[in-house]
Write a protein that binds this ligand. Sequence first.
Ligand code: ADP
Ligand code: MG
Length: 687
Amino acid sequence: MSYSLLELKGVGEKSLLKLRKIGIKTVEDLLFHLPIRYQDKTKITNISNTEEGKKYLLQGVVEKANIAFYKRRMLVVRVSDKTGFVRLRFFYFNKSQIENFKIGSNVRCYGEIRLSNKVKEIVHPECQFFKKNNAPILEEYLTPIYPATDGLNQNSLRKIIKQSLVLLKNKKISFPELLPKEVLKKYKLIDVNSAIFNIHNPDKNTRYEDLVSSENKNKKRLVFEELLSHQLVFKRIRSFNKTLKSFQLDNNNKPINILIEKLPFKPTKSQMTVMDEIIKDMQKITPMTRLVQGDVGSGKTLVALFGALHAISNGYQVAFMAPTEILSQQHYQSIKLMLKSFNINISLLYGGMKVKEKEVIIEDIKLGNTDLIIGTHALIQNQIKFYNLALVIIDEQHKFGVHQRMTLTSKGKNSETFPHQLILTATPIPRTLAMTLYGNLDYSVIDEMPMGRKKIDTIALSEDRRNEIFKRIILKCKEGNQVYWVCPLINESEVMECKAAISTYEELNNKLKELNVGLIHGKMKMNEKEKVMNDFRNKKIDLLVSTTIIEVGLDVPNATVMIIENSERMGLSQLHQLRGRVGRGEKKSTCILIYKTGLSELAKNRIDILRKCSDGFDIAKEDLEIRGPGEILGKKQKGDINFKIANITRDYKFIKDTKNCVDIISDKTSESLVSRWINEEIEIGKS
Ligand code: ADP
Ligand code: MG
């Protein structure tokens, strides 16, 4: 029996719809809408006792408030208590907010302390104003914060969840125990009903530090169950995949050996091992689903090409999908060149193509005249039918959403036969994390760099040393090197990013008259981008100003200097990716990280890590510590795994334990666990 949400006070038809949107249909579902964090508003801290990077509830008097213009318009307020002062900064504000901050008024605010030129500040704090001697009462308990829900604010969510908790407490609602007794005992897990109750409603004595640790008994219990449910899904997908049929290829390596002989270099051992794994997979009757991980520059394209050549030699079609147009263009050019002595028809397909051209290509794909199709997302558009697609290669998979990946899989459906799937990624995530994210995939690692690569020198320079950087660039270019200058803007729109690149381009074009400066960004047409990239490849451009569209995959070995602006605001893994655009040939390369003056300790540490470390896996580990998996994998990855409570950074030590439990859970319990924790629409990999 489930409880209807309409029985809760404050839930009407409107909120019912909003709740439904996030998968909450019953009161039971609501209780499984778990807090993602907590705020401690139980005490006021003296401003002098606050530390950078932590959140506090502060209380003081407004001393100053004015509208300032730095790079943009903002409201800046100075609030002080007896022990010190803090600066509040608002980028979005209205008239009434300005009026609230009258000099002398009393305010209580909550937010994270940052240091800006040694001054403590909070950006967009939550504020509560009050009359002297009439301060609002403090919270008695830690305040749970729930995942955002469109149109339902935290307060209304908290109100309705509180009512459901009463039902739980009075045993009107009770969740069945799905974990076997032996598991509960072995891993010291408490019962599910108390865990749910306490996680929403931490008791008075619970300290904030306890709640954020993975050892908190309520949290541990739920995290364990959630991770286990994901493992169960993986198991299900794996056994489902085993029931599917694919194209059984032979093990004749001859074409690959011919290709290897024609290469200007010898493949690394690691590349050969992974190639073997791929060929073995494709000999099976079930579809391959293999993830190949390799650091930037480790030579993943060649490995994929081996697979493609193998499938084509067996008489089948192959689709090779890349996340950007310039990358698919690059693959098209380089693969065409590498396969030129083979009788293979290759075509390129992308969104911005002329309709007529596209139609011809699509027709050829359908008739089987094309063997290898390289392209962007355009490849998964509905009107494209394949003749006999046996292998799908997805390059830089972290840039694709789950759904895009799945569509292509079902595309190849040909009288119940599914294509093999090979996924390439440069996001070097630690193995345990990979197992959680891609537990349904087989997994190969290219753990060796081609011979002769030199370590990239990484240096950090503050923005006021721009002129020095210019001198260096001119010198480098005179020696025949080429340079990337990347202008990323974080948390801003693509349009803004393009604007930043354009204005930097204008600046550099003006100042560096002796160099040929080029510009590339996402808003340009495909043929314009293509021309710029070709000019860069052919050394007609010395310095290429760009947005982050060059982040993945590009390969111009003569480019040896990478300059990254706003580097203090970027994730380590993303910086590592960008840096990986250089150091791809035999020449020594340099990466210059430009940062704004006044770096925090944290930012300095991060730049240090990058300077010392050239291995993507090590960097990812550090990044995992600092920012968590969601951040490493980038925003676009979000759809991949959507935990209700587990946090891989914090909890990945439980993954092994949950894997060990998979086989003792009955099919029926497994089904209940999966439906308790995993929304159908995000059930990963179910293709
Ligand atoms: P990534 O793994 O980042 O996709 P690429 O496949 O683009 O790397 O390869 C990077 C560069 O290294 C390319 O120019 C490629 O031709 C070259 N390369 C690949 N394998 C080898 C090898 N075994 N020896 C030397 N160079 C190689
Ligand atoms: Mg690549």
